[in-house]
Design a protein around this ligand. Structure first.
Ligand SMILES: NC(=O)c1ccc[n+]([C@@H]2O[C@H](COP(=O)([O-])OP(=O)(O)OC[C@H]3O[C@@H](n4cnc5c(N)ncnc54)[C@H](O)[C@@H]3O)[C@@H](O)[C@H]2O)c1
Length: 329
């Protein structure tokens, strides 16, 4: 069996906590891992954690060695680095959001098709067993026609970013891009398409927004998303249909609750129990490697997330500030 060479492009927080442990489980299928970071000390740390490999401060210097690349860079770099990898004939696992602009996402999908390589993306919540149950319950009509969707997520920003790009990017985008890349994608996936934006509001005064609200409609349903990096919320989703509703805690990823209008209520669990967040890294990386080897189909394809990228862009383009009546007194 041919072993593959994999590049980790960006050796920051997600590479360290998610991809390196996951790749460590596949040493029998990997010939060499290349750790690329403009900060060589981080690339060297990553190599030490993995136990072997090569380091570089520049993808261009090692790209000809790679069969696949995992793009763990700040969001503004996803498109250009993924494009470079795909054009060089490498399979790509992208971090979310796949790209900032939907046309760039579509272009990556096209290049991957043309080059006959794989393009996957870590929209992790598609792997949550509870979210897969939600999708099944919606699709099999258990709650009837969906009328309302609510998704509330909030907590203090505490992710251990190495570069701090979340707050320092030249074109700063905050919680809507960070959490919203997951949330809007989950909603598109559940309802089966891109909702129409009714209203988008956030608290940006030029910097990255820390609070964002989005209201939307899709066919006969209306919905609301509330996101915050500043304050705690319930962290729940609720989908109400004509026959019942589905509710769940976002990070309680093994179960969801189905309540029917006749008052019966039951807990539904996914097929697979997942004990820790990093296990999703293993599921994703295993699927990526097995798909490269021709043994599996990608669970999350790049093209699956284009609707949500388009919706995210609309939310930013249409965003209005929250009412701040005290400023006009
Ligand atoms: N799917 C998820 O749940 C999840 C969770 C966390 C982060 N992420 C995503 O992962 C990506 C990385 O986030 P992070 O928190 O690990 O960031 P980070 O700041 O910790 O790491 C980014 C790394 O990229 C390196 N870098 C920056 N510019 C570079 C360049 N031009 N060439 C080479 N290296 C460069 C930095 O030195 C840094 O080490 C982001 O897109 C983020 O959205 C996804």
């Amino acid at each position: 069996m041919k072993k593959i060479n994999v590049g980790i492009i960006g050796c920051g927080a997600i590479a360290e906590s998610y991809y390196i442990p996951a790749l460590s489980n596949h040493k029998d299928k990997i010939d060499r891992v290349y750790f690329v970071d403009r900060d060589l000390s981080l690339a060297n740390n990553a190599k030490r954690n993995f136990g072997s490999g090569e380091v570089s401060d520049d993808l261009d210097k090692i790209i000809d060695k790679l069969d696949a690349g995992v793009v763990c860079l700040p969001n503004t770099l996803h498109y250009s680095f993924s494009k470079k990898l795909l054009e060089a004939g490498c399979h790509v696992m992208g971090e979310k959001p796949l790209t900032l602009k939907p046309e760039n996402g579509r272009e990556l999908v096209e290049i991957a098709e043309k080059k006959k390589v794989l393009l996957s993306v870590n929209n992790t919540r598609r792997l949550f067993p509870s979210y897969q149950v939600v999708k099944e319950l919606i699709d099999d009509g258990s709650i009837g026609e969906i009328k309302e969707v609510y998704y509330y997520e909030g907590g203090e920003f505490s992710w251990p970013t190495k570069s701090g790009f979340y707050f320092t990017a030249a074109d700063p985008k905050g919680v809507l891009l960070d959490r919203g890349a997951h949330v809007l994608d989950s909603i598109c996936h559940w309802v089966g398409g891109k909702p129409e934006l009714i209203k988008s509001q956030n608290d940006s005064f030029g910097g990255p927004e820390a609070v964002a609200d989005v209201t939307f409609k899709f066919k006969d349903l209306v919905g609301e998303v509330r996101l915050s990096w500043l304050y705690k919320q319930e962290n729940v989703y609720r989908i109400i249909g004509t026959k019942g509703e589905i509710t769940g805690e976002i990070y309680d990823w093994n179960k969801t609750e189905l309540k029917l209008n006749n008052k019966s209520s039951e807990i539904r669990r996914g097929k697979q129990k997942v004990d820790s967040f990093s296990e999703f890294g293993n599921i994703l990386v295993t699927n990526f490697i097995e798909s490269i080897l021709g043994n599996e189909e990608l669970i999350i394809k790049g093209k699956d997330v284009i609707d949500s990228i388009e919706w995210l862009e609309e939310c930013y383009n249409e965003a209005k500030p929250f009412e701040t009546s005290w400023y006009s007194i």
